[in-house]
Design a protein around this ligand. Structure first.
Ligand SMILES: [Zn+2]
Length: 172
């Protein structure tokens, strides 16, 4: 491998490292890289091109995310952000580490219905209506209290067993 190539790899790796530190504006425990919305990173003549796929269309955080990415990568030169809408983001792109962080935060990660330790994690088909298990006590006796939680991307639930509210990142 030639020296310039090695430098390129080092630069991109350093930029990825920065992206792994940028929190998602809506769920700050998870980074943009863990959320899986950073699809690609390329070197350009004057800096970097970052390819992002927005999570939910109409999610108000999208613009904020672009601003945050630009601000965090200023040391890398001119940052060009390309929004790539196809293929559409799916909750499958959230990394394992990201899912674990969502769980620790008390949010049922998308696509999962059960989070209780020791229980198999069950995935639900997209669009299927499934009963969510409470992330606090594991009870399936839960109800949706609002289609919108703290943000339009999350729905609010309540556990009828322990009475704790919880949020679910909508599965798409
Ligand atoms: Zn509960």
């Amino acid at each position: 491998m030639t020296a310039p190539m090695a430098n390129t790899c080092g630069r991109l790796e350093a930029a990825w490292e920065v992206l792994r530190q940028i929190p998602d504006p809506e769920v700050p425990v998870i980074s943009l890289a863990e959320l899986g919305i950073v699809r690609d990173l390329r070197e350009t003549a004057g800096g970097l091109e970052v390819v992002l796929t927005p999570t939910y269309s109409g999610c108000p955080a999208t613009e904020l995310i672009q601003d945050n990415v630009r601000a965090a990568l200023t040391a890398f030169g001119e940052i060009q952000i390309t929004m790539q809408r196809a293929p559409a983001w799916t909750t499958d792109w959230i990394s394992e580490e990201g899912r674990a962080k969502l769980k620790a935060y008390g949010i049922v990660p998308p696509g999962l219905t059960h989070l209780t330790e020791g229980q198999p994690i069950r995935f639900v088909r997209r669009g299927a209506s499934a009963r969510l298990a409470c992330p606090h006590c594991g009870s399936e006796n839960t109800e949706k209290t609002s289609a919108f939680g703290s943000t339009p991307c999350k729905a609010l639930y309540r556990c009828l067993a322990c009475l704790e509210p919880f949020e679910h990142f909508k599965t798409i």
